[in-house]
Design a protein around this ligand. Structure first.
Ligand SMILES: Cc1cc2nc3c(=O)[nH]c(=O)nc-3n(C[C@H](O)[C@H](O)[C@H](O)COP(=O)(O)O)c2cc1C
Length: 360
């Protein structure tokens, strides 16, 4: 088809290099050079047709969850998705993770809740959310209209809380899976984070696994001495994927007033400042488990995305960057497509293989 239309167009335009009926009488050498020129140009046209940026395969598989591309918006930084729908084409994202959902609604921490720091941000939102039932009744029916993977982020203070939130979500349609936030204080163990202790991780993930038919991702806490140990505990208890990682406990004060910059006194550090630390956590976790990993921490640019993918993440999430630019994740999808196209890599595996060859 393409060859035919090229032939017709060039015959009509009287292309001098093209062997038409008008070129009868040319020498054998002329014919040969005409033929080569034609083949060369046709190949260029054909290559151009096939090798458009649209031909780059960005799809990613996280266990049973198939994503259009490996870029998701992260929990707590993208609301319930709906708040961003007038600014972002949700259908272009790999997906997004909802605000953390609890058994009952939570009002959250006192103001101020955010404070900017060099290359990052502190937050102490206090896990404010509408509660799982209101999410199912009011948000999910609207979210079902979008063709994107919606992952529900789930948290609690006890095992029973986690199980109950999942039980309510299991009865609802429109979710691709769950992400367990295990960076929460376990009230039955004196407030120690679930995610800091392998046995508590195993307990909460097993309980959630039994309750969930959908894919179960576990979001690890960075507040650990050996992320490999924690990653293995989550994998063995039935996690289908690991999100690495949550924010880093931190604080900022004003020495003039003697007050903390946050109403909650301490908060979580996020943004570019944490990227090198989290990148190492992804690297350590990847060596410890076979379960797919989603890299999350400080992603702003397409180079950040590729660093995480190269080191072994199957997909990434974008958090704080959405505060500066609500379209950050959508922009990264486009940038990733263009970078792969420009570097003549047609799948993400080609980028990954390069890093693995160098570093094992
Ligand atoms: C304002 C804010 C609220 C967050 N809320 C949640 C939450 O509800 N559940 C959760 O698992 N992580 C939450 N996070 C953590 C992010 O999902 C992400 O792990 C973290 O910000 C690191 O990524 P980033 O550097 O790209 O922001 C929140 C982060 C921020 C900045």
């Amino acid at each position: 088809m393409i060859a035919e239309s090229v032939t017709n167009a060039r015959e009509q335009e009287g292309d001098p290099t093209f062997p038409t009926s008008a070129s009868v009488g040319k020498t054998k050498t002329d014919w040969l050079s005409d033929f080569c020129a034609e083949r060369y140009q046709l190949r260029a046209i054909l290559c151009d047709e096939v090798s458009s940026a649209g031909a780059v395969d960005l799809s990613a598989k996280i266990g049973a969850v198939r994503l259009r591309n490996p870029i998701l918006a992260a929990s707590g930084t993208f609301g319930y998705g709906l708040e961003f729908a007038h600014l972002v084409d949700l259908n272009r994202l790999g997906g997004f993770v909802t605000k953390g959902l609890s058994r009952e609604p939570i009002e959250g921490a006192p103001a101020p809740r955010l404070f900017p720091t060099p290359s990052g941000m502190l937050n102490a939102i206090g896990l404010q959310n509408v509660g799982v039932r209101a999410f199912v009744a009011e948000k999910l029916p609207v979210l079902r209209k979008f063709d994107t993977a919606v992952i529900a982020n789930v948290f609690g203070c006890t095992l029973e809380d986690y199980v109950e939130v999942i039980r309510v979500l299991e009865d609802a349609e429109g979710l691709a899976g769950y992400e367990l936030n295990i960076s929460c204080p376990n009230v039955k163990r004196g407030g120690m984070q679930f995610g800091s202790d392998p046995s508590a991780v195993a307990e909460v993930v097993s309980a959630a696994r039994k309750a969930a038919k959908r894919p179960l991702w576990v979001k690890l806490s960075p507040l650990v001495t050996d992320i490999g140990l924690i990653a293995r505990a989550a994998e063995e208890a039935g996690a289908d994927a690991l999100t690495v990682a949550n924010t880093y406990p931190a604080m900022a004060i004003d020495f003039r007033t003697g007050k903390s910059r946050l109403g909650n006194k301490t908060g979580g550090l996020s943004g570019p400042a944490i990227k090198p630390i989290t990148l190492r956590l992804v690297w350590e976790a990847r060596k410890a488990v076979k379960t797919p990993i989603l890299g999350l921490g400080g992603i702003e640019t397409v180079e950040d995305v590729l660093d995480y993918l190269a080191i072994g993440a199957s997909a990434v999430q974008v958090g704080t960057a959405s505060f500066a630019d609500p379209r950050a994740s959508e922009g990264l999808v486009e940038a990733l497509t263009n970078v792969l196209f420009d570097s003549k890599a047609f799948t993400l595996n080609e980028i990954r293989d390069k890093f693995l060859t160098e570093n094992g």
